[in-house]
Design a protein around this ligand. Structure first.
Ligand code: BG6
Length: 504
């Protein structure tokens, strides 16, 4: 285990939901496992006039569900400091600067600082500029900036934001969070692909028929109606998480496992994405919006009835799309993506469907093929399943599908670190592999902008077009049927109640 260097983490938006739900628990887990030494401090800044004591109580509340050994949580919380802050007022920065130098001395943190922007994006540029102009970024140690999504609203706004950040920070100092890149099984995509001799030779258009990525959620927009109205699923999930998974699945092997080499391979995939013309958008992409329905036996309202949502909203809560990657390896292989809210289950899964054999001697009278599938389960199950065919008992002329499964989190669910824990640890060690580089962000916005422009100009008259608790609108199925494929049901739906070794 590598210990992180000593550092101060400054969290902007420390009274918010992300800090409470994700950041404090992640820092605690790193501390508990010994990855963070005693020499660290966290400074929370936000508008509210809190004291250190109130802040620490809040921190303790967010970690109370973890076991507390001998008052360890009190000691942990004593590393947290709070500073009321007005991001537009220069004197706030001066006060913060002097607090940080006091803490540098107290915790021997040698000027190493992480500035974590965990708040609404409106002030990202202002904060970055002021941190630089007031010399909070001028220290003897290293400086890093972690920035939450959304990184812009489209290419132009993302570029403007990036320009502002780059006035104060170098690209190497900026860590753009995409929390899917912190998920254990998303990181595992590279290992499965590049550490197994049996997959890489087949990983191309000669042997793969299509790739399917589904990330479905049961939750609706909850209290995020206002944000969602300006975002929609395309910006919220596709521009970042879904395209990042596509890049990891499609990229060439990097020459080394460094952040630079891996990102450069991913960027080539973003460059190779077939750009869509306005006329092609409806052919390659499907949008949906949930109506009322039943989830877990409870009635739920449709999107248009949610709080802070326009009753005539045109915002999509579901997207399915077909991406084509125009390079030597992938030309002709569709990468289908599908994601949405208020769907049947919470699940993220990747299915690699291999092509059928040119001649299969074991089809039997039904003449039914069962293609080989490699399924990567991202969440809630973490693991892989390989679907093969084997001899049917008492029959030598037909085969039956069987599956080989590996479950990463079955033995002890607690062992899987949270995405944020992994990403914070990476950032503290200066490893930016699992963060989005500006060029990835820029290219994915350019791809998505064409779709969002067409969608905002052509209102979706048929909304709502899927029932809450379903797998999205029928057009999403038609998208694959046009290519003679279909969505493979996720493992939970497909094998409900079956044990892992049962045949399908
Ligand atoms: C976030 C989106 O980035 O990802 C949310 O803003 C979405 O709308 C969430 O619910 C899904 O993340 P996860 O880890 O629950 O799949």
């Amino acid at each position: 285990m590598i210990k992180t260097p000593k550092a101060i983490i400054v969290i902007f938006g420390a009274t918010g939901d992300l800090a409470k739900r994700k950041l404090f628990p992640s820092i605690y887990r790193l501390y508990q496992s010994g990855k963070i030494s005693e020499d660290f401090a966290v400074v929370g800044v936000a508008r509210r006039p809190w004291s250190n004591e109130i802040f620490r109580e809040n921190v303790k509340r967010s970690i109370h569900h973890f076991p507390d050994d001998n008052g360890g949580q009190d000691i942990f919380a004593s590393h947290f400091y709070y500073h009321p802050f007005d991001v537009t007022n220069i004197s706030s920065y001066h006060e913060l600067k002097s607090l940080l130098s006091t803490l540098d001395d107290r915790y021997n943190t040698a000027g190493n600082r992480i500035f974590y922007l965990a708040m609404a994006p409106d002030f990202f540029g202002t904060i970055a500029t002021n941190l630089k102009s007031e010399r909070l970024t001028t220290t003897e140690g290293w400086i890093r900036l972690i920035i939450e999504k959304p990184f812009g609203h489209d290419y132009d706004s993302a570029q403007e934001l990036n320009n502002q950040l780059r006035m104060a920070f170098t690209e190497e100092q900026i860590y753009r969070i995409d929390h899917y890149l912190g998920k254990e099984m998303v990181q595992n995509i590279k290992v499965i692909r590049f550490a197994n001799a049996i997959f890489e030779p087949l990983w191309n258009s000669q042997y793969i028929a299509n790739v399917q990525i589904t990330s479905s959620e049961i939750l609706g927009v909850e209290d995020r109606g206002r944000y969602y109205e300006s975002s929609g699923t395309l910006r919220d999930m596709v521009q970042n998480h879904m395209l990042q998974m596509v890049a990891l699945l499609a990229m060439d092997p990097p020459i080394k496992l460094t952040a630079e080499e891996i990102r450069s391979e991913k960027i080539k995939i973003f460059r190779a994405l077939k750009p869509l013309s306005n006329n092609e958008v409806e052919q390659y992409f499907v949008r949906g919006q949930y109506g009322p329905g039943i989830i877990n036996e409870n009635k739920v309202v449709g999107y248009k009835e949610e709080n802070d949502v326009d009753p005539a909203s045109n915002t999509e809560t579901f997207v399915a799309g077909k991406l084509m990657i125009e390079n030597f390896r992938w030309t002709g292989v569709p990468f289908y993506i599908r994601t949405g809210k208020r769907m049947q289950e919470k699940s993220t899964e990747i299915v690699i469907q291999f092509k059928d054999l040119p001649m299969n001697l074991y089809l039997g009278q039904e003449r039914k093929t069962h293609p080989n599938l490699l399924v990567i389960h991202i969440q809630p199950d973490e693991g892989i399943t390989l679907h093969l065919n084997a001899q049917k008992t008492n029959s030598s002329v037909t085969s039956t599908p069987i599956r080989l499964s590996y479950c990463n989190n079955c033995a002890d669910k607690m062992n899987t670190p949270e995405a944020y824990e992994i990403l914070l640890y990476d950032c503290m060690r200066g490893d930016s592999t699992n963060f989005a580089h500006w060029e990835e962000v820029a290219l994915s916005w350019k791809f998505v902008d064409v779709i969002s422009n067409v969608w905002s100009n052509n209102k979706a008259t048929e909304f709502p077009n899927y029932e809450s608790g379903s797998m999205g609108p029928k057009e999403s199925d038609v998208l694959l049927e046009k290519d003679d494929f279909h969505w493979w049901p996720t493992i939970t739906t497909r094998f409900k109640g079956e044990s892992d070794n049962e045949n399908i």
